[in-house]
Ligand binder design. Sequence first.
Ligand code: MTE
Ligand code: MOS
Length: 756
Amino acid sequence: MKNKFFSFIGKPVERVDATAKVRGEAFYGDDLIFPGMVYARAVRNPRPRIEIKKISDKKAREITGYLGVVTYKDIKGVNAWPVVMKDYPFLPEKEARFHSETVALAVAETLSAAKKAASLIEISYKELPFIDDPLKALEKNSLKIYGKDNIFSSYTIKKGNAIKALKECDFVVEGEFKTNYQVHCYLETQTATAVPEKDGSLTVYSSTQCPFYVLDAVSAATGLPNNRIKVIQTVTGGGFGGKEDVPALVASHAAICAMKFERPVRLAYDRKEDFMSMSKRHPSWAKVSYGADKNGKLKACVVDYVLDGGAYSTLSPIVLWRGAVHAAGPYKIENVFIEAKAVATNKVPCGAYRGFGQPQICFAQESLIDDLADKIGMDPIEFRLKNILKTKDETATGQKLDSSCGIKELIEIVRDRSKWIKNTPTSIGDKKRALGFSCTYYGVGLGAGGRYLDRAGAFVNIYKDGSVKVDVGNTEMGQGALTVLSQIAAETLNASMENIRISEVDTSKVPDSGPTVASRTTLMSGNAIIEACAPLRERIFLTAADMLKTSGQKMFAYGGYFYFKDRKVSFSEVIRECWGRRLKMSEQGWYVAPKTSFQKENGQGDAYVIYSYSADVADVEVDVKTGEVQVKKIYAAYDVGRLINPKLAQAQGHGGILQGMGWALYENLVIKNGIMLNPNFTDYVLPISTDAPEYDISFKEKLYKYGPYKAKGMGEVPLIGVAPAIRNAIKKACKAKINSAPMTPEIVLEKIGEEI
Ligand code: MTE
Ligand code: MOS
């Protein structure tokens, strides 16, 4: 079907949740009030690593309204949070492993009493030696804080013989790269409320991307079976990966408190607590080598990639895997050797952040590829075009790209739009300006790294009045999922947009649909909705044809109406007739992603079902006197398959670019001797609207045959290539090669100094 025949797909439909959010009518986690509700407040580890001797609430008992303290002894289930591995206790028993880890919780009638009580609860402890540097943690004689080698997880990807091939290359470059944390800075901090019900079951309200992770964790912590817990996602004020793992911990804490005191319990973090204890983008270290022959053909790539996992593993294994799989970049290379490790340190545990482990390695790899082009004396875009992955080529894991690969076109689009050909640095006074390039690919969904989770359910229920309720298991967190999924449902049923209602997830209504991560929602939940709608569509269309007396001739269905000759019936009229005929008006959909063949043992095989692509040109101005970098304009092009909603896709581009820019230039979390020094919006600098560059965003819709209306995934890809494009532009403008992020003015100045 062509775009013009779609009623809603490909149209800039307004966000279905816009009005409620703009008017302040949306209920976020901390807006909900329950009769008899009390408040919990975390008591946190005061040092980087301690042995807990005793917890005393003697002084807290003086506080009016104080109800009591909750420790690991109150856990009715098992004291192990089920994430990927089970090394993170809900509450520590003998040892707390990072500064600000929740050790106990104070519960009181009011928030202020809970805060006061928490500050008076005393932890007696013995301080233990700690590690804060992942590279030191890897040294042979290092202090061991996890297993026998401090390694949470490791991967090797090997194709050909890269070490040997590198030696035979005419041009070789090698570089060491470092990136820092990135804090999600979602506007709504972590918030959960656990409400004990009269029948002994529990309802949990959680600001989360992954309601089913919350379900699993609360079930483990309380010992209640899944069917006695209902997790309801509250309207979520941003996630960006930061509400993937940790809401399960926060909700479990609220649930343990609620079970103990048999009262509804609210646990909402303030900004400082959120900064200090919630997962972040992993700091990374990478050593990369690339080699090419004299014609500029890439021959070998060797990568050593290390992620600083923090004190517990949480999502590190998955984040690491994604980085490892993509580490050689979107190029055709015969010889690849990638080694990747996620390492334990006594710092805040790291998890997912938009891009999921890929921006870090992409910064290294896309910077070094640019340096290799310089060394060969080729234009960086020409060099990339010569080596770029095309349909039928194989990735580093030997995955043959059989369709929907638009990266070459994307490169050409941004090259042309940015007038790259004229990319010679200009200078006015102390300000030097130039363009920089990068391109990336992104495996949509969890792929082989989480293949058992790549499925999703949907339940579609059409009421007699024609209104439609769709329940899905993936969440809205700002990205526009409710709108995009409503468009898919409306299109498939030929309902009008107004007839469709999708709301936040309730785990008692849909089967476990996996996490809302890895830009998988449109693809997975979209397909599940189509599957549920398909039999309904058939019944509705047959009934409409009957009503219009088409006698087997073709009718026309568009925008919630059915047409035949001069006759017309609306979706709601047809639904009334369907009910009159006692037709089944509800269906379940269940979508399972195609198989992936990647094997951990040899690091080869199909890693993901499909890839999205991006290309970026950054137009950057450097003040060589102050080291300040201003991003003037970003030219970006994306291939995310069919655009379900072009307006929302543009918005995802804007947000992703700005976050990528923040990580590249400004955001600098400082942890010294295991303690975070700037856990607030004053000292942790984020880009704001006035820092935003001009955006020039284009799309190339390379259709994906198994996608819903042939869409892929959009949410993360805009962030990934921004930092290296900026880095390469700074290099072009003033010759400073900066191999670490953030590229703060101090660092830029230092590097400019080295060049002079
Ligand atoms: N956009 C907004 N406004 N808010 C968010 O929290 N999260 C990002 C991205 N875009 C996010 C966002 C991340 S980390 C992911 S994985 C995807 O959206 C998830 O959405 P999708 O699965 O619908 O693509
Ligand atoms: Mo996104 S980091 O996959 O939640």
